[in-house]
Design a protein around this ligand. Structure first.
Ligand code: AMP
Length: 468
């Protein structure tokens, strides 16, 4: 199937039934994404599938739609204490999103969907499972508990989906997955999704899949090569001031900033706001409405900075993101690739800046191993921003500044004339210096949108909803 053919494919061409097409129209989906165009016809035939795709590609619908259709084609009651479809997901957030997708796409079919994950009471989950459900979405640990307690019995599973297998590996979930799989019936359809295929995941795929069709979209490595990557070694305590300084560069007009934690995302957004840089944060504790509003403001250029956690950024696909800033390096190296892929969309040039503190050096090593690249570090002597860096470091930790600025790498400290740049504006405020004239520029939204229109060729159709 070539690109041209894919771009002309419609959901009707893929063989989906009326109730599903109706739900898709209601969702505003006009055209399948490439992974959907490739996967849906295959899954409808009942064949096993190996899908290499990262989040944001529309892969949830790529498996949920054909699964729902197959269930509808063969109506039968859900097995007691069990399910007809089992989806394993690495995180609670993702499990909830997948369950929500099944409910949305299946809203005219009337199937039951339940979700099971740790960190919440057992009672409601036990009750939900007792009568049996059509689709069960679960994280591995809690599901094992339910199996051990004989609350769940998976012998009636017809379709098994393993989502984000590489994340499962990183989170140490391979042993529980194998335990779950051992309780499944031999005769079943298996769908296996992963953004990357490290050796262990390949082995697991071989164990689980029988003669699978293989589909893949946007291999991660091509994204990496299009992004101008920079690295900055900096003390953790100095990061937020430096981040505010980075916004003095007017070209950084739409930056997606990644933190590892939800609280961290809020703190950074608050700090930037205090520094006069319009910001919003987006993470799993925010309601769908809050997330949508934040994203819209970012898209329109009303906020220059969107601070996000990895999970929340899943599905964010905004044209014209000028910079991705890894405020904290991700624990999982693949996330680095996902993060920086948010810039340099549709052939545009994008910049990814990673702030690496001492305790993150091992994470950096993992990233460089995965991407097989050494991320070039900023030239501390010649870069304007780094004058600010030295001043920031000196102000926060005067005794540590020379070492931090030189970083023990033979670089000279920043010139003295730059050192005033980290001072807060006026007296009083505890926030960083306000980047004068660096609030949202009246033209920022327009220029960003012009770029996105000109850059235009997105794989996703109009109506592509970036928040899931
Ligand atoms: P996923 O990769 O499954 O996380 O999907 C990413 C986002 O794209 C979600 O918000 C979906 O609702 C949305 N989406 C999936 N398929 C389509 C489509 N064909 N058209 C528009 N939006 C879609």
């Amino acid at each position: 199937m070539n690109e041209r053919h894919l771009s002309l494919t419609t959901f009707i061409d893929l063989g989906l039934s009326k109730p599903l097409l109706k739900a898709l129209t209601e969702e505003g989906y006009t055209q399948p994404t490439p992974i959907q165009a490739q996967a849906i016809p295959t899954v409808l035939t009942g064949r096993d599938l190996l899908g290499i795709a990262q989040t944001g590609t529309g892969k949830t619908a790529a498996f949920a739609l054909p699964i729902l259709q197959r269930l509808a084609a063969n109506p039968k009651p859900a097995p007691r204490r069990g399910c007809r479809v089992l989806v394993l997901s690495p995180t609670r957030e993702l499990a909830s999103q997948i369950a929500e997708s099944f409910r949305t796409y299946g809203r005219h079919l009337g199937f039951t969907v339940a979700v099971v994950f740790g960190g919440v009471k057992y009672g409601p989950q036990v009750k939900a499972l007792a009568a049996g459900v059509d689709v069960l979405v679960a994280t591995p640990g809690r599901l094992i508990d339910h199996i051990n307690e004989k609350v769940a019995n998976l012998s009636g599973v017809e379709v098994f989906v393993l989502d984000e297998a590489d994340q499962m590996l990183d989170l140490g979930f391979l042993p529980p997955i194998r335990k779950v799989v051992a309780t499944l019936p031999k005769q079943r359809q298996n769908l296996f999704f992963s953004a990357t295929m490290p050796g262990e995941i390949g082995k697991l795929a071989d164990e689980l899949l029988k003669d699978p069709a293989r589909v893949s979209v946007a291999p991660a490595a091509t994204t990496v090569s299009k992004v101008d990557q920079r690295l900055l070694f900096i003390e953790a305590d100095c990061k937020r001031q430096l981040l505010a300084e980075l916004f003095v560069d007017a070209k950084m007009d739409r930056a997606l900033i990644f933190t590892r934690t939800k609280r961290g995302a809020d703190r950074v957004a608050k700090y930037l706001e205090a520094a006069g840089i319009t910001s919003a944060s987006i993470h799993g504790d925010k309601s769908q409405g809050q997330r949508e509003r934040a994203l819209l403001a970012f898209k329109k250029g009303e906020v220059r900075a969107l601070v996000a956690t990895d999970i929340a950024a899943r599905g964010i696909d905004v044209d014209g993101v000028s910079h991705v800033v890894n405020y904290e390096l991700p624990n999982v190296p693949e996330s680095y690739v996902h993060r920086i892929g948010r810039t340099a969309r549709a052939g545009a040039t994008g910049v990814a800046i990673s702030l690496c503190s001492n305790d993150e050096r091992s994470l950096l090593k993992d990233i460089q191993k995965l991407t097989r690249q050494t991320i070039p570090s900023f030239d501390r002597r010649n870069d304007r921003t780094l004058g600010a860096l030295a001043a920031v470091e000196e102000k926060i930790q005067p005794d540590r500044a020379p070492r931090a600025a030189g970083n023990g790498r033979g670089d000279s400290a920043a010139p003295a004339h730059n050192r005033h740049r980290g001072r807060p504006a006026g007296g009083g405020g505890s926030g960083p210096r306000r980047g004068r004239g660096q609030g949202p520029k009246p033209g920022a939204a327009r220029s960003g949108e012009a770029k996105s229109n000109a850059g235009g060729q997105r794989s996703a159709p109009a109506g592509w909803s970036p928040v899931d």
